[in-house]
Design a protein around this ligand. Sequence first.
Ligand code: FE
Ligand code: FE
Ligand code: ZN
Length: 300
Amino acid sequence: MNLIIGSHVSYKNSTQLLGSVEQAISYNSNAFMFYTGAPQNTNRSSIDDNLTSEAYKLMRENNINLENVIVHAPYIVNLANTSNFDFSVSFLIEEVKRCHKLGVKYLVLHPGSAVNSPKKEAINLIAKGLNLILNNNYDVTILLETMAGKGREVGSSFEELRDIISLVKNKDKIGVCLDTCHLNDAGYSIEKIDDILNEFDEMIGIDKIKCVHVNDSKNDLGSHKDRHENIGFGTIGFSNLLRVIYHQKLEKVPKILETPYVTKDDNSKERLYPPYKHEIEMIRNKEFNEKLISNIRESN
Ligand code: FE
Ligand code: FE
Ligand code: ZN
């Protein structure tokens, strides 16, 4: 099976897509995801087409297909918040344009958090926002991410995602990004991935899945926490994650790691070393390496 795998990578204004591609290649990835700026703010700079075409060249040389490149919208954008709805919509309209300019087809979005309204109203508001954002001719699809259900998060059940999607007019431009940590924390046991995919297929349609975030979880099934863990070191476990990664029905879908950077030592809190090269190697080998964390520390 042809594995499409990569990780979250950085995007710096000085190197833009080219820098992101270089980083992805250094992890032996053939897919990657990035924020077009800082994830926690909405300051964005303009795109340099020269850097983009250099990035394309490097991608061709390394067999990275643009279909497997994903942008993640900043997590402070919240379509379910009535008090800054207009700002979120206009930011996301610009974000879609940036994706289009970069040639990126998929934009992952956290559906929203119902901070000041009942869930049902939040769902209506999210759909209203999506209809305003998707009213364009760009070939950019928004992927609603499955959420852990922390606080008032919308989208921690397939029912909620179905309800949002049912209200979206431009069905061709809406899809879903599964996140294994979030699914676990929302109460979907990854061990039963076949059942999960069947349920998803009946409710939404399996062809709507365009990206999978592969993360282990620090917390138990149904904890509604959302804390990612390195592959094989959490409550989901290596073999269950492998079954998702190598699932036949997800073969054409890019798998993106968003696992935490590794600290210098067990007592340190500062996360310094990206784990992705080592995790991807372990996934390709299909064998759990219990020394992964110490190997990462040693290689830095
Ligand atoms: Fe996310
Ligand atoms: Fe995620
Ligand atoms: Zn998460």
